[in-house]
Design a protein around this ligand. Structure first.
Ligand SMILES: Nc1nc2c(c(=O)[nH]1)N=C([C@H](O)[C@H](O)COP(=O)(O)OP(=O)(O)OP(=O)(O)O)CN2
Length: 123
């Protein structure tokens, strides 16, 4: 059974603009990306103390993702998603993280295309 103290933080539909893609049009123009991040961590201390010092600060993590995405350029969704996953999983309290990045304007006849990567802390 899952541990009830394992909190799940979800950063939902973080909408940013960046250079992503391999076509000339994509290299020369920023486009929208939509980012969803999930992080699992043991939140018992944060729950009991109501003190930010014991919580995984989703604001700090979100700001780091915004800086990464907006200040860089990427060719592949795989690379961009992997870099965001590095940020989402770097805090030592994070047990498990997933990142999904949508490129809504990538395919003419589809609503969106997305790529998801996950990370699990080794036992
Ligand atoms: N694990 C938690 N982390 C954070 C919590 C929380 O309850 N648990 N709460 C906060 C803040 O209260 C708030 O939700 C976010 O902070 P805020 O400064 O408003 O974030 P913004 O990104 O909107 O800040 P801007 O400076 O306005 O861009 C933080 N973390």
């Amino acid at each position: 059974m899952m541990n009830p103290e394992l909190a799940i933080i979800r950063i939902k539909n973080l909408r940013l603009r960046t250079f992503i893609g391999i076509k000339d049009e994509e290299i020369n123009n920023r486009q929208d990306v939509i980012i969803n991040v999930t992080m699992h961590y043991y939140a018992e201390k944060a729950r009991k103390t109501d003190d930010m010092e014991h919580a995984l600060n989703y604001r700090t993590i979100t700001k780091a993702i915004i800086t990464l995405v907006e200040d860089n350029r990427f060719s592949l969704l795989e690379h961009l998603t992997g870099k965001i996953l590095e940020i989402a999983s770097e805090h030592p309290w994070v047990e498990y993280a997933t990142v999904e990045v949508d490129k809504p304007h990538a395919l003419r006849f589809a609503d969106s295309v997305s790529l998801q990567l996950s990370w699990q802390r080794p036992e």
